[in-house]
Design a protein around this ligand. Structure first.
Ligand code: GCB
Length: 624
């Protein structure tokens, strides 16, 4: 059972978590015959590669960078004799997109889906006080039966190639931390928290009631204690279900986070059988009318759609890049981001908890739309049906499983304020409706906090054509008027079209908050031109000024997350110049000119901008 626990690996009084990060043996399986050749017992002639990291950008040849198929990883894990008698587990932060795990030659688990953790129970298999061989076969092929969607083609020379239905490079491998863990036999498996606040004044609530539910695999007493940042006990309770009541609770707020430390124990009299601890934030989140409320107060989101993407390590978790990204987001006055287009490494949510950023947590359901080119064609009215394939039920199953794993993993992070359940799916065909219904119901059923659910609407999901927006608690629009549509000197037409669409949303009177989860213009950091042309830094600025004036004149628009935080790698082609260049920052995390414009705007936008529905007059925008 514990192998299904999503708790982040930690050492406590009863647990040990040993990171296995470092240099691992690595080999491409060019013919797909590794298993027949006995690589499950040891990889012959292997190279060495860092874990965590994407494998693609270390090497100097194209065949490795573009490699599609199986890749093999191997390391040694020493299991101490003190661990005997408990449970021993191996935990992968993620393996992209699917993996089979072998310990001492024996298959211990497999997992499908490249952006969420999984564990293998190896208690019966490991040798104690000895080295154990850990081997992982990772496969990075894209299909239409798992998320993210794409295709794998075979070239004339027999080599396979990934064809994503999405706009980011198919980085893969062991991109997140791997841990060896020791957990007691009777153990804490999971816990849920829901919050009720009374008498909110300033940074505090007179009383916070935290209803909890703890899951263990045994019958011994469960005890909880909550400590404030000074280490003082703020509340305690006993039993698997109950309420922690905190007097004068300091609230977790936007860019003003306060974290309590929750300690959960299983006790046999005074003996601690298991102990787990996690930092939590006391806050509520809900949608009311057109407002997004945090602790009952309206918030206006400003920030980014991001990617896990950087030089050399690709999509590999890099603690230094994470730190720099948060510093830049603070500098520019952002307060939120979306984990486009997949759940990120857990360490990023821990940091967002600490820094008080609001996170829209997105599952890897991207590419549910027959191709990137189809995205362009969609603007011309082309039929783009996607959910009526024979294979759709298989895709739905994988999608629901990923939502289950994401919610289980992330539900106790105060930073997570909403779930994004799809990015730019096909929504103009009736067949999408039952699919959406299942996806949205699943998220509601799984999340004890009933956080708002959303999905990002592609350009052709207009009020007239989209059959699925009613499922969203927050309507999230990805709009590129002035870039994919009527860019450059034609921007006046783009503006008119944008207004026309916004007017028709307004006419529907949905009484829900709208946010922009994408808008942006590709911009080369090297290009300046007066007067502007598309791709120049000057045009990115003009594009933003036009876009902001639209945002500011609709009272129901409650957030803006520009695409993208930084330039990022995509597949190669005529639409991209060695990657997507819509970054406000370069891939090396230096500002483009537009960063200063955004800083001025965001630093001066009140947190409750347009609360109660007051917009600026048409044509005016808030530029600080
Ligand atoms: C989108 C996608 C995003 C792309 C972006 C673009 O709509 O959601 O993944 O990168 O457009 O730049 O075209």
């Amino acid at each position: 059972m514990l192998e299904y626990s999503m708790l982040y690996p930690k050492s406590t009084a009863s647990r040990r978590a040993v990171p296995l990060n470092g240099m691992w043996k690595f080999r491409l399986d060019e013919n797909g015959t590794g298993r027949q050749q006995g690589w499950t017992d040891g990889i012959p002639g292997a190279d060495w590669i860092p874990v965590p990291a994407s494998f693609q950008d270390f090497y100097t040849d194209k065949d490795t960078r573009e490699f599609t198929g199986d890749v093999w990883y191997e390391t040694d894990a020493f299991v101490p004799s003190e661990w005997e008698g408990g449970q021993v587990l191996v935990r992968f932060g993620a393996a992209t997109h699917r993996a089979e795990v072998y310990v001492n030659g024996i298959k211990v688990t497999e997992h499908e889906g490249g952006f969420l953790p999984f564990l293998a129970d190896v208690t019966e298999i490991v040798r104690y006080n000895a080295h154990n061989k850990l081997i992982v076969k990772v496969n990075n092929e894209l299909t239409e039966t798992n998320i993210p969607c794409g295709q794998t083609i075979t070239l004339e020379n027999g080599k396979k190639m990934s064809k994503p239905y999405f706009d980011f490079f198919n980085y893969s491998g062991l991109q997140r931390a791997v841990y060896l863990m020791s957990v007691p036999t009777e153990a804490i498996f999971d816990f849920d928290l829901t919050y009720e606040l009374e008498g909110i004044e300033g940074d505090y609530a007179k009383t916070a009631k935290i209803a909890y539910h703890v899951k263990t695999n045994g019958g011994h007493l469960v005890k909880l204690a909550l400590f404030d940042e000074n280490g003082e006990e703020a509340a305690s309770a006993e039993g698997k279900d109950g309420i922690l009541e905190v007097r004068n609770a300091r609230l977790w707020q936007v860019r003003n986070a306060y974290l309590y430390r929750l300690v959960v124990q299983i006790l046999d009299d005074s003996l601690v059988l298991d102990e787990y601890e996690q930092e939590i934030g006391i806050r509520t989140v809900e949608v009311k009318g057109t407002d997004i409320l945090l602790n009952g107060k309206p918030v206006y989101l400003r920030g980014f759609g991001k990617h896990e993407d950087s030089d050399i390590v690709g999509r590999g978790f890099n603690i230094g890049v994470m730190k720099r990204d948060f510093e830049l987001m603070k500098w520019i006055g952002a307060n939120s981001f979306r984990t486009s287009h997949y759940p990120y490494a857990e360490e990023i949510y821990q940091m967002a908890d600490r820094e008080g950023f609001l996170v829209i947590d997105e599952v890897a359901a991207v590419g549910l739309f027959a191709s990137m080119m189809n995205f362009m064609e969609a603007s011309t009215g082309k039929q783009t049906a996607f959910f009526e394939k024979e294979t759709t039920p298989i895709l739905l199953k994988a999608h629901l499983k990923a939502i289950e794993e994401m919610v289980a993993r992330d539900k106790n992070h105060p930073c997570v304020i909403a779930w994004s359940l799809l990015n730019e799916p096909e929504t103009t065909n009736e067949a999408a409706v039952p699919y959406f219904k299942e996806v949205f119901e699943k998220a509601r059923e799984l999340d004890p906090q009933h956080r708002p659910r959303t999905f990002a609407l592609v350009m052709n999901s207009t009020p007239g054509a989209c059959k699925c927006y009613q499922f969203s608690d927050i309507i999230a629009l990805n709009r590129y008027f002035g870039w994919y549509v009527s860019g450059g000197y034609e921007i006046v037409n783009a503006q008119a079209m944008f207004r026309k669409e916004m007017d028709s949303w307004r006419a529907l009177n949905l009484n829900k908050p709208f946010i922009f989860t994408e808008y942006g213009a590709d911009t080369l950091a090297s290009e300046h031109k007066l007067p502007s042309v598309m791709w120049s830094q000057e045009y990115q600025k003009e594009y933003l000024e036009m876009t902001h004036s639209i945002f500011d004149s609709y009272d129901f628009v409650k957030g803006e997350q520009i695409w993208n935080f930084a330039d990022f790698q995509t597949w190669e082609g005529i639409l991209r110049v060695n990657g997507n260049k819509k970054g406000v920052f370069t891939r090396q995390r230096q500002p483009k000119d537009v960063a200063y414009l955004l800083k001025q705007r965001w630093e001066s936008l009140p947190l409750d901008f347009k609360a109660g529905g007051v917009a600026l007059p048409e044509g005016r925008s808030h530029n600080g």
